[in-house]
Design a protein around this ligand. Structure first.
Ligand SMILES: [Zn+2]
Length: 458
């Protein structure tokens, strides 16, 4: 019997964690268990209280962990898993391994600050992350791994550098089942990556549904909008704040702004990249250059951090100096939903400035500070201080690192010959359920949005 259990990202967007078990009948205690992802619950806090709770399974009983990509909502509970007895191998692609180490170590600092501010405990240290990395192995796309009863293959998901869909071939008396875990899929309009690749033969699909109910702007439209927002900021003479996720959106943004500056599509303006995490992640993008979309990045001498207008702020001192730079200026800083990080310092200073602008380029989860600003709050609280919101607010959805409804639907449709059942995950209830309904109505495939802790036999 193959059993699949949903221990995160079930009708919500964080905490991805799926347990797959092969329980042969008649073999008492015989088991073969693998996990796909082990992420932090991040709503509303960076490390939400649910991330601290005991696992609903015994970490010691898990034989291997497969990681789709480096975002902490897919990796952030791995050190806790190891601390609580998991001692199997961890597998991902090579870039995911490098990025995950950076992301996990950075998250320790964020969690320490959060615990100091709000109380609570920090679930692991940098040393715990080092221990995790000691049994983490990088693999190539399309390399087939046999782990116990399961044959596992990574395929490019086009979401962030190194991101993967994971195809698991499961043994079964009736001839076996192929389960595809989509992980987070990419936005096909993202020019930096190669887009999600075609995978054939999946019968069961565990599908992300972040934007299962929304259409994105097209690639040209989003570029024009960015150009307009930058120009407007320059005319207003204020600061353009962009809360950005350190992986993917920051690199895409850097690439597009540098391209606009090079082509003189926008006037000269200094750009401050105020995020040690984003700077380090960008260096990993540089290292794994060959994983990027060659049609797009090969045309020019390729570098994210080497153009005249860019200033990087690694240290706190360098970050503070950004205040002294005259406006107009662009500040790109984490975190993407303003739930922590250096963006908060800039928001505290400039949200009240009518000449300034805040530009949202990514998903803002409910209850996050970013969502409150985006939804039109007149006043927000930052570091215990009430800050009036008087700046302009803009949103560009096209920068999403996730596919919109149309792209998700196409992803499913091209597999509809073999697919027998779909479980939608990694989406708010409205989004997951809308996608479920559309799949059922238009493709006639059984689809279902599981709840936390549910198990299904497949
Ligand atoms: Zn992701």
């Amino acid at each position: 019997m193959i059993k699949l259990s949903f221990y995160g990202a079930a009708q919500e967007v964080t905490g991805s964690c799926f347990l797959l078990e092969n329980l042969p009948a008649g073999k008492a205690g015989g088991k073969n268990k693998i996990l796909i992802d082990c992420g932090l619950f991040q709503c509303p806090k960076f490390c939400d209280i649910r991330s601290q709770k005991p696992f609903d399974f015994d970490p010691k009983s898990i034989e291997a962990l497969f990681v789709t990509h480096a975002h902490v909502d897919h990796t952030g509970r791995i050190p806790k898993l190891v601390k609580e007895g998991f001692c199997g191998e961890i597998y991902s692609t090579h870039p995911t391994k490098d990025l995950a180490e950076i992301m996990l170590k950075d998250s320790v600092g964020v969690m320490i600050k959060e615990a100091e501010r709000d109380g609570g405990v920090v679930p692991y240290t940098e040393e715990d992350v080092d221990r995790v990395m000691s049994f983490w192995e990088g693999k190539n796309y399309r390399e087939r791994l046999q782990i116990g009863d399961f044959a596992v293959t990574f395929y490019d998901a086009g979401h962030v550098l190194g991101s993967a869909m994971i195809l698991v071939a499961c043994p079964d008396r009736s001839g076996g089942k192929n389960i595809l875990f989509s992980g987070d899929l990419g936005n096909p309009a993202n020019p930096l990556l190669n887009g999600f690749e075609k995978v054939v033969g999946a019968e069961i699909l565990v599908l992300e549904s972040t934007y299962g109910d929304r259409e994105h702007e097209g690639i040209e439209e989003k570029k024009l909008k960015l150009e307009r927002v930058i120009e407007q900021s320059i005319v207003q003479g204020g600061v353009l704040m962009i809360p950005a996720f350190s992986l993917e959106k920051t690199q895409e943004l850097l690439w597009e702004i540098s391209d606009m500056l090079r082509k003189k599509q926008v006037p000269n303006i200094p750009i401050f990249l105020d995020s040690p995490l984003a700077i380090r992640a960008t260096e990993v993008y540089q290292k794994y250059y060959s994983y990027l979309n060659k049609a797009y990045v090969d045309k020019r001498s390729f570098s994210f951090l080497n153009f005249p207008q860019i200033h990087v702020a690694l240290t706190t001192e360098e970050s503070k100096k950004i205040n002294n730079a005259p406006s107009p200026k662009i500040i790109i800083a984490g975190s993407g939903m303003s739930t922590g990080g250096r963006i908060l310092h800039h928001e505290r200073r400039y949200l009240q400035d009518p000449k300034s602008t805040i530009l949202f380029i990514g998903y803002q989860s409910p209850a996050s500070l970013g969502r409150r600003i985006q939804d039109g709050a007149d006043e927000v609280t930052i570091f215990g201080e009430k800050i009036p919101v008087r700046c302009s607010k803009e949103t560009i959805y096209g920068y999403s690192a996730h596919p919109d409804y149309a792209a998700l639907f196409e992803f499913v449709r091209e597999k509809s010959d073999t697919l027998k059942k779909i479980y939608t995950t990694h989406g708010e209830p409205k989004s997951s359920l809308t996608l479920v309904q559309k799949i059922r109505d238009n493709l006639g495939i059984e689809a279902y949005a599981p709840k936390y802790g549910e198990s299904v036999e497949i």
